[in-house]
Design a protein around this ligand. Structure first.
Ligand code: FAD
Length: 466
């Protein structure tokens, strides 16, 4: 067994882990980064954010080309070459993981490939392709992420049952696919497969898709996709029977079909579970809860003083940008800086078509917490840019503190909503009020003018929409 002694070991090289390792190295800390994968980047780069966006880009081009028929330009039926699409997606992943490897090397962060488990409060054993390595560390950052939740009543070893990783492999385009779970990941993958030619059903146990977002925003999305997806709300899957000719799914609930429905594939997208229980963390004295989450304080410190944890395994929202910021905090605290993680808001985006994006306090949350709030909404049907783009279904909503007019949250649904959300996030973080946003001159004609216009509506300077 080889041995390494280091000031810092980071377990898991996802966005949280590599960001922490790079920041620590930049601050002069001798750092070792451990990951079971051959490449850095974790779930996000290898089987998450990035490959899904590469495929969503393909889907968007297909959908946009079809849409152009309404504007007088008719393209032929798309010829789908799955090998080439897969190759494109893999080249995107390759480019980014190679970049990370270069950045890691430049910073002299040592990458140890293998599965790591704690063997004591200052030791970790890594089992890799090149054998075992014992790592003795002064500090550790646990960044081991999460994995998809599987459902016990669904066949486990049937290749026709896939999770997000299986969906991203893009082995084929099933004629008919069920997306089990109407959250962000399920809808994004549904968008991809629909554009490639699958018929898609979506089943969601709750009464709206993307349950964390406000109902009015989701209503716009649901209306737009009603001809694209067959959505079954307040409905659950009770059984999946694997037969030679397909998977027969039984449903129960408000929109449940009376008879089992046959699908070629079922995509299970019911959430992700943290990997905290798989690390022998108890051997280091680190407390892991029943679900696999590790509790941390605002400095990302676990119950053990020199061991920190970040990313998906410390709690919701399970998002890459949250993990990155937490990683920076943990590294800086280890380097002796008085930093802590206390964002006012963390943006959420579904990169569907149209996109759904929200940040800060939602109306739902404001109601639950008894916050006195007001909203102002700008419908994109009144936006010149949206009309010129043939995409007027969108909507921009700002949420204000009723007492002082500060922006406390906001949401958008529509094309490019995710790109535009940053402005609302900045307003929330900076404590901007409606006047600040309304008086900021937005370029015309842009979709993000709708943010300024929503603020003007709140201000009362627009009483009637143009
Ligand atoms: P992860 O990225 O989960 O990485 C953890 C790493 O630790 C993995 O590489 C794993 O191999 C390694 N590991 C685990 N245990 C061990 C061990 N014992 N030893 C060695 N290595 C170990 N988020 C967004 O913000 N935007 C998006 O658009 C987005 N899209 C997504 C799409 C999909 C399909 C999926 C699945 C997720 C998406 N996410 C998105 C979520 C995002 O990927 C995660 O929030 C993010 O990757 C979490 O980062 P992390 O650093 O906590 O860990």
């Amino acid at each position: 067994m080889s041995e390494i002694k280091t000031q810092l070991v980071v377990l898991g090289a996802g966005p949280g882990g590599y960001s922490a390792a790079f920041r620590a190295a930049d601050l002069g800390i001798d750092t070792v980064l451990v990951d079971a994968r051959d490449t850095l980047g974790g779930v996000c780069l290898n089987v998450g954010c990035i490959p899904s966006k590469a495929l969503l880009h393909v889907a968007k081009v297909i959908d946009d080309a079809k849409e152009m028929a309404h504007h007088g330009v008719v393209f032929g039926e798309p010829q789908i070459d799955l090998d080439k699409i897969r190759g494109w997606k893999d080249s995107v992943i390759g480019q980014l993981t190679k970049g990370l490897a270069g950045m890691s090397k430049m910073r002299k962060v040592q990458h140890v490939q293998g599965y790591g488990k704690f063997t004591g409060s200052n030791t970790l054993e890594v089992d890799g392709k090149d054998g075992k390595t014992k790592i003795t560390f002064d500090n550790a950052i646990i960044a081991a992420g999460s994995e998809p939740v599987s459902l016990p009543f669904i066949p486990q070893n049937d290749p026709r049952v896939i999770d997000s990783t299986g969906a991203l492999e893009l082995k084929d385009v099933p004629a008919k696919m069920l997306v089990l779970g109407g959250g962000i990941i399920g809808l994004e993958m549904g968008t991809v497969y629909k554009a490639l030619g699958s018929e898609i059903d979506v089943v969601e146990f709750l009464d709206q898709l993307v349950p964390a977002a406000d109902k009015d925003i989701i209503k716009v999305y649901q209306k737009y996709v009603k001809d694209k997806f067959n959505v079954m709300l307040e409905t659950k899957v009770t059984a999946v029977e694997a037969k030679d000719d397909g998977l027969y799914v039984s449903f129960e609930g408000k929109q449940a079909p009376a008879e089992p429905v046959r699908y070629d594939k079922v995509l299970v997208a019911v959430g992700r579970k943290p990997n905290g229980k798989l690390l022998d963390a108890d051997k280091a004295g680190v407390a892991v809860d029943d679900r696999g989450f590790i509790a941390v304080d605002k400095q990302m410190r676990t119950n053990v003083n020199h061991i920190f944890a970040i990313g998906d395994l410390v709690g919701q929202p399970m998002l890459a940008h949250k993990a990155v910021h937490e990683g920076h905090v943990a590294a800086e605290v280890i380097a002796g800086k008085k930093h802590y993680f206390d964002p006012k808001c963390i943006p959420s985006v579904a990169y569907t078509d149209p996109e759904i994006a929200w940040v800060g306090v939602t109306e739902k949350e404001a109601k639950d917490k008894g916050i006195a709030y007001e909203t102002a909404t700008f419908p994109w049907a009144a936006s010149g840019r949206a009309i010129a783009s043939g995409r007027t279904e969108g909507m921009t909503k700002l949420i204000f503190d009723k007492d002082n007019g500060r922006v406390i949250g906001g949401a958008m649904v529509g094309i490019n909503a995710g790109e535009m959300l940053g402005e609302i996030g900045l307003a929330v973080e900076m404590g901007a009020d409606a006047e600040d946003v309304a008086l900021t001159i937005h370029a015309h004609p842009t979709l993000n003018e709708s943010i300024g216009l929503a603020a003007e509506i709140f201000e009362g300077s627009i009483t009637d929409l143009p």
